[in-house]
Design a protein around this ligand. Sequence first.
Ligand SMILES: C[S@@+](CC[C@H](N)C(=O)[O-])C[C@H]1O[C@@H](n2cnc3c(N)ncnc32)[C@H](O)[C@@H]1O
Ligand code: SF4
Length: 357
Amino acid sequence: MEVKSLYIHYPHCMHLCNYCDFYKKKFDLKSNENFFKYLIKSLKPLERLLKEKSFKIGPLETIYIGGGTPSLWGEDVIKFMKFFHDYFQLEFSPAEFTMEVDPGTFSEDSIKSLIDFGVNRFSLGVQSFDREIFPVLDRSHHFDEIRKSLEFFSKLDINYSVDFMIGLPEQGKKRDIESELKKISVYGPKHMSLYILTVGESYPHKDLIPEDEVISKEYLQVHQTMKGLGFEQYEVSNYAKDGFESSHNWKYWKQNSYLALGTSATGLLVEDNGLRFKWRPDGTYTSEALTKTQLDLERLYTMSRTREGINSSMFSKEALSQLSSFEKNNYGFFDGDKFIFNENGFVILDTLIEKII
Ligand SMILES: C[S@@+](CC[C@H](N)C(=O)[O-])C[C@H]1O[C@@H](n2cnc3c(N)ncnc32)[C@H](O)[C@@H]1O
Ligand code: SF4
């Protein structure tokens, strides 16, 4: 069996935003050297795992470097990717190679070198494009850095995505989501990932998080605006211009095998059954075997969130009659054997899926 996708989690950030619960550490001058050593140390265990499971790495089709703030890793990405390809004796030819970048954390020259090397997609953490809303996000960069980054990627004429957040703490000012998205779209991103803020108990503004009803309204507002701007929703939280859906995302949702490296990163190897593995800070990993039934259930969850929908031929009569009632209530529709949820269904998807399970 071959695995053809790789996710790398770069854990360092200039500043630890108070709402973020991803695995991250503060960046210092030793960070990149230590990260390189960490990755190198994990290659042997990865190699052993692949051998044990009779998998080999095919030429990588998609690579995604997320974080943390991978733009702080900068050109050292190239050093590691070369090492990785030599180690596994692979040809370097990814069709999609994405790297996350934060405004204010990259040099224009390093982005150009990365493009020359083969990075062909960037994901920019915009979150909000309203100067008055922005401070609640506790970001390390100044608001103007967002505009500068958007301008930079727009001029480069490269495929890039933006991250946008809703469900932010309510402040005195009402948020104009439509206007924010329209302003962002002027800079020509081809893709947008939408996040609903989720926070822990220690979050300083937790009492100001809006009610579910407000968040649903914001979600539908995003949907209408993105549609008007020529984007298609291809998953609950992802919008793309025609031809710019993320192939790497699809690999996750369709349950293709993918490798992972970096603390907290999770990989998956799928044959008949599956194996999920997750990297620990000491360069070892934990693993969990997944039965075919578990894999099917997980795929039902991920595919129900997508434009391709779920295969209804696998359902019982009762579940099918639930799907018919969803169609009557305008939560989705049948398309041959498929049932595809729409934006109204996406808003309450967890409840709907529970009903058919
Ligand atoms: C792991 S972050 C990495 C990107 C980058 N460091 C940044 O902050 O822009 C990926 C995305 O997750 C989203 N995110 C971070 N914390 C979140 C939270 N508590 N709830 C929902 N989304 C969150 C943000 O939209 C962010 O761009
Ligand atoms: S920069 Fe991104 S990954 Fe880092 S703490 Fe902030 S939200 Fe989290």
